[in-house]
Design a protein around this ligand. Structure first.
Ligand SMILES: C[S@@+](CC[C@H](N)C(=O)[O-])C[C@H]1O[C@@H](n2cnc3c(N)ncnc32)[C@H](O)[C@@H]1O
Length: 300
């Protein structure tokens, strides 16, 4: 039964309209956005959700207009039913991820995107995941292509600790290499070991643009072939509904190309191999991804 249906009779019509239909089921934890006017009704909403998912151990609410931590991308959660400890194991694409959504970023809504990227990876690639969280993209890729080596950075110490646990849980030692710290600082120490990456993942839509030059340098195109791939995430705001005749990608593509040309001049060319809307994050606001093919040109 759907949540709104389950709440009929328990909430007023005006209150029902404020219930957010979708919520995240992360292992045995549910995270639901809560309109501020529904705060006094949170126990009723939690009970309805628990009736739909009797096996969950925790139901947590995130205020609808809550602040997201700029660096770690975490939100403030309030347990409205069940166990205060939100640590759980989430299963996806044959992998298991131990997470605590209170301490680390985690979204089950990215499962398709993780698999989409994994399908593009070729055997024996060297990959840099700049913003790895608890290691989901890296582990899904390594499961699909066991001969890859994925250097996986995150600045959040909790994410790093969970990533190490998840590497062990999924038996990915030596394939997924967790690294704690700001990727811009830590990547420098990699140079001697990883001559260059074949592919760089940038799953931090709000800030990826400012890391694009570092991502391109990580491809090390002077020494490591003449082509590399970058999965570049961005935030796109549309004036109209996505079904309308508007292009959600033009501004992101232009921004990426401008950054590349102002940093590297004519030495590189950038083509867009594929583009897609990853998810909607607010009315008319979307996370988008551009798969960039970066090629060293002869003009050097
Ligand atoms: C949107 S989350 C992506 C997590 C992960 N890719 C996933 O699918 O779950 C972005 C992550 O980037 C990390 N982060 C932010 N700035 C960073 C930086 N400068 N260096 C390394 N990690 C960073 C955050 O801690 C957060 O875990």
């Amino acid at each position: 039964m759907r949540l709104k249906e389950a709440l009929k009779g328990a909430l007023e019509e005006t209150e029902l309209k404020k219930v957010i239909k979708s919520y995240d089921v992360i292992g045995d934890v549910i995270v639901i956005k809560l309109h501020p006017d529904l705060k006094p009704k949170r126990a009723i909403i939690a009970e309805a959700l628990h009736n739909i998912y009797p096996r969950v151990k925790t139901i947590a609410a995130v205020p609808l207009y809550s602040h997201t931590d700029e660096l770690y991308r975490t939100r403030e959660l309030e347990v409205i039913w069940g166990d205060e400890n939100m640590e759980t194991i989430h299963k996806e694409s044959g992998c298991a991820f131990k997470v605590n959504p209170e301490l680390v970023f985690f979204s089950p809504r990215l499962s398709y995107e993780r698999m989409r990227i994994a399908r593009k990876v070729l055997p024996r690639e060297t990959i840099i995941n700049m913003f790895s969280g608890v290691g989901c993209f890296s582990i899904v890729i390594a499961k699909m292509q066991p001969q890859t080596k994925i250097y996986s950075f995150d600045v959040n110490p909790y994410a790093y600790e969970y990533m190490k646990e998840n590497v062990a849980l999924n038996k990915m030692e030596g394939k997924v290499i967790p690294i704690l710290g700001d990727v811009r600082e830590e990547q420098r120490d990699l140079k001697s070991e990883a001559v260059g990456a074949d592919r760089v993942l940038m799953p931090l839509p709000e800030q990826a643009h400012s890391f694009l030059p570092a991502a391109i340098r990580a491809l090390n195109l002077d020494y490591h072939g003449d082509t590399g791939f970058i999965h570049y995430y961005d935030v796109s705001v549309s004036a109209r509904s996505v079904r309308g005749a508007c292009d959600l990608f033009t501004a992101s593509a232009q921004k990426a190309k401008d950054i590349v040309s102002s940093t590297f001049g004519g030495t590189l060319s950038v083509e867009i191999e594929e583009k897609r809307v990853v998810r909607s994050v607010a009315p008319r606001k979307y996370h988008v991804v551009l798969d960039l093919r970066v090629v060293k040109t002869s003009a050097q």
